[in-house]
Every structure is written in structure tokens, then in C-alpha cells.
Design a protein around this ligand. Structure first.
Ligand code: GDP
Length: 417
């Protein structure tokens, strides 16, 4: 599934697709930038020389260069984004921690704030917080306890975003540019429109963390109705969490089938984001708590008794399976949505620049034609002048000759006389 025990990357992880595509597109934009810089010096040279009349486009070329630099900046910040939704205490924070293989988010305290928590990678060695209110005042956090108390101590507006920047070298997902967003419980009277506009329009994947002990709630459904009216075919995964508890019921297979039917019916027939076959592949019966505990155990943290329930291996396997499908989905979606936009803008810029250069070429060709024809006219005039001069010279020669003869004649007759 693309990873080994300590969460290190193996070369065939689906997330690599995004990193590779990002590298490639970045190389292409570097070439585009070099091409525009050449065009810039060329156009400037032409303007300075004054050889061509009315070529005034170096400002325009500079604007193209700025636009390309802008795209490259956005590109460097581009990431894959997943947003988690669900009621308070369904296990959203536990799921995120299990995926990160580290207890980063505080769990089990309910959402004391109505804020969104965004976990993203940072190159520094220690974790820190950034709030919307004070975006340039990082607050240091080294541990989960500190984070919980930092969250309850900072003054926060409702629906604001707290960014948790965590060292990339500690978590594979963060290293591969995945950003994970935890939302306040969907049961705490949310302003869904505001949530969607502010946090979801650039999301590549949505994960609904549902509680397998009950059915999907209307607020949870409403959220996805609204999302799918704003984003065409959003990528939705549904985790039926706390399956470790439900798995002990006598009629477990029937309960499971009921959940599956209802969820698939919702995804495929109600919000119509996928067909029925794909719908089944997007629902997973898991235990985030067991997944987190077993991953922490791999790293040496002992598991408290009673956490791993009978049959936990199957649920762990399902959790890992969810991650694999999720990773394939998020990397493909992010490559398509993020890079397609950049590619189209890049193509547009290159086309504009091409038109501009063709315009200069056209002007220079017209000017060459004009010069050639005026040169030809001038040559004709010179020919005519030359002929006239020749005629004139001959006439003058004749005149001088006859004058000399006349004078000679007159002198001779005078002498005779
Ligand atoms: P959130 O409010 O949705 O972020 O929920 P939390 O992740 O904070 O979880 C709330 C409580 O449920 C915590 O005490 C978790 O340990 C517990 N919990 C989370 N996932 C599971 C699970 O799969 N099984 C069980 N039994 N408990 C879970």
C-alpha cells in the first residue's frame, strides 16, 4: 500500500503522482519563463534601436513575465486537500491522527471551539500554530497537550481557521503535500454555505466520518447536497467509524448491509456523485481508535488494554485499504483540478506572446517591403537623372565645339584681313 512500518515512503505510493506532476509542470514553467525573458530582451532591443516604427510592447511582455512568476508561486504552494466532516465525537480527529500516524490533534474533548483545524507540513523542526487573527505570530507547540491548551487559550472567532504546521520529516502525508482539515461538528448549528465557500471550494476529497452506531443524519446529508451543488462531482468517502463497538452485535452482517445500502443510496441516487458500483467502493467500516493505537504501537507506544477488540485485524486492513483508495483518488483529483488550470493559463499566455511576436514579424516584413520599393523608385530616378545629364553633357560638348570652331573661324578671317 505504498508505505512501510514507520510511515516512510515507498517509491510506488499513489501520492507520488502529485509530487512528480508538480515537479514536471514546474520545469515547464521554468522554460516558459526563460522564453519570455528572451522575448523581453528582444523586444526591448527593438524598441531601443528605433528600427521598427510603432513597436511598443515591452510593457506587455513584462506583464506576461509577472503572470508566469505568479503562477509559479501558486504552484509552489499547491497541495492536496482533504476535509473531514461529521458530528462531534464521531472520531474525525482520531481518524486524522491515525492517518498521520501520530497524535497531533487533541481528541475526545469535543470541539471546544467552532474553528477549523488545518494540519499541514512545515520545513521547521518544531510544530507551531497560526491563527487567522494573528497570521504572522506563530505560537509554538511541541506536544498534543500544549496544542489543546493553546487552542483553548487563543482568542478565536467562530468559523476561523487555525493552521497547525507540523514538521514534514515526522509524517509521510505532510511530506507529500497533503493538507488535512478537521471541521467543527456538523451538529453545532453550522453555517454550511460559509463553510463551503471558505474551506471547501479547493478541497480535492471529502471524508464523512460517520458513526456506525446510527444512520446518516440530515445535517450530514445537507452538507453534501450543498457541496455537490457548488462543486461538480465532489470526491466523497464515507467512514462508518466505531465499527469495533457495533461488530459485537448479533446481527452484525445485516446491520452492515443496511448501512451500506443507505449510504450508497445517498451517494448514488440522492446526491448522484457516482454510480452504484463506485459507491460501494467508497464506504468503509473501520475503527479509527484501533487504527491509531496499532500505528502508535508500531512506533513503540504500548496500547492500553481493551482498545484492540476482537477481529481488529480486519478493521485495520479496511482502514489501510481506505487510505490506499483515498491516496489514489486525492492525487489524481489534485493533479487534474490544480494543474489543469495552470496549464490552461500557461497555454493562454504563450499564445498571447506568440501573437505579439508574429505582429512584430509582420511589421518588420512590411517595413522591408516598403524600403525595397522606395529603393527601386530612387534607382529609377537616378537612371533618369543620369540620362538627362548625359544628354546635357553631349549638348554642351556640341555647343563648345561649335563655339570653338566659330571663334577659330573668326580669328582666321580677322588674321587674313
Ligand atoms: P471528533 O469530535 O469527531 O473529532 O471525535 P474524536 O476523534 O475526538 O473522538 C471522540 C472520542 O471517540 C474519543 O474518545 C475517541 O478515542 C473515541 N473514538 C474515536 N474513534 C473511535 C472508534 O473507532 N472506536 C471507539 N470505540 N472509539 C472511538
Amino acid at each position: 500500500n505504498g508505505r512501510n512500518g514507520n510511515g516512510r515512503m515507498s517509491p510506488n505510493s499513489p501520492l507520488k503522482l502529485f509530487g512528480q506532476a508538480k515537479k514536471n509542470i514546474n520545469e515547464i514553467f521554468k522554460d516558459v519563463l526563460a522564453f519570455i525573458s528572451d522575448a523581453d530582451s528582444f523586444v526591448e532591443g527593438i524598441e531601443r534601436s528605433g528600427f521598427l516604427d510603432d513597436v511598443q510592447c515591452s510593457e506587455e511582455v513584462k506583464e506576461y513575465r509577472e503572470k508566469v512568476c505568479g503562477i509559479m508561486e501558486v504552484l509552489a504552494r499547491d497541495h492536496m486537500k482533504v476535509v473531514f466532516f461529521g458530528r462531534t465525537s464521531n472520531g474525525k480527529s482520531t481518524t486524522i491522527n491515525a492517518m498521520l500516524r501520530e497524535k497531533i490533534l487533541p481528541t475526545g474533548i469535543g470541539h471546544t471551539t467552532h474553528c477549523f483545524l488545518q494540519v499541514e507540513g512545515s520545513d521547521s523542526n518544531d510544530g507551531y500554530l497560526l491563527t487567522e487573527e494573528e497570521p504572522d505570530k506563530p505560537k509554538s507547540v511541541q506536544s498534543i497537550k500544549q496544542l489543546a491548551s493553546a487552542l483553548s487559550n487563543v482568542k478565536l472567532k467562530e468559523n476561523s481557521l487555525i493552521r497547525i504546521l507540523w514538521p514534514k520529516n515526522k509524517c509521510r502525508l505532510l511530506r507529500e503535500d497533503v493538507v488535512l482539515v478537521d471541521s467543527p461538528g456538523i451538529d453545532v448549528t453550522p453555517d454550511l454555505d460559509l463553510w463551503i465557500d471558505k474551506f471547501c471550494l479547493d478541497a480535492d476529497v471529502f471524508v464523512l466520518v460517520s458513526n456506525a452506531e446510527s444512520t446518516l443524519m440530515q445535517t450530514e446529508k445537507n452538507f453534501f447536497h450543498k457541496v455537490s451543488s457548488r462543486l461538480s462531482k465532489p470526491n466523497i468517502f464515507i467512514l462508518q467509524n466505531r465499527w469495533d463497538i457495533s461488530a459485537f452485535e448479533d446481527d452484525v452482517e445485516m446491520v452492515k448491509q443496511q448501512h451500506l445500502d443507505r449510504t450508497v443510496q445517498f451517494l448514488c441516487d440522492e446526491v448522484k456523485v457516482m454510480d452504484r458500483k463506485d459507491g460501494t467502493d467508497r464506504v468503509f467500516f473501520v475503527s479509527a481508535r484501533e487504527a491509531l493505537a496499532s500505528r502508535l504501537k508500531e512506533q513503540g507506544t504500548p496500547t492500553p488494554t481493551g482498545v484492540l477488540q476482537e477481529g481488529f485485524q480486519e478493521r485495520l486492513f479496511t482502514f489501510a485499504n481506505f487510505e490506499r483508495v483515498f491516496e489514489e483518488c486525492i492525487s489524481k483529483s489534485a493533479v487534474r483540478t490544480k494543474f489543469e488550470q495552470h496549464t490552461n493559463r500557461g497555454k493562454g499566455l504563450i499564445n498571447d506572446l506568440k501573437t505579439l511576436m508574429e505582429d512584430i514579424l509582420q511589421k518588420s516584413q512590411t517595413q522591408i517591403q516598403e524600403t525595397t520599393s522606395s529603393r527601386r523608385e530612387m534607382a529609377d530616378e537616378l537612371d533618369y537623372l543620369e540620362k538627362q545629364l548625359l544628354l546635357l553633357t553631349n549638348e554642351i560638348k556640341e555647343r563648345i565645339k561649335s563655339m570653338v570652331e566659330d571663334v577659330e573661324r573668326k580669328v582666321a578671317s580677322t588674321l587674313n584681313d
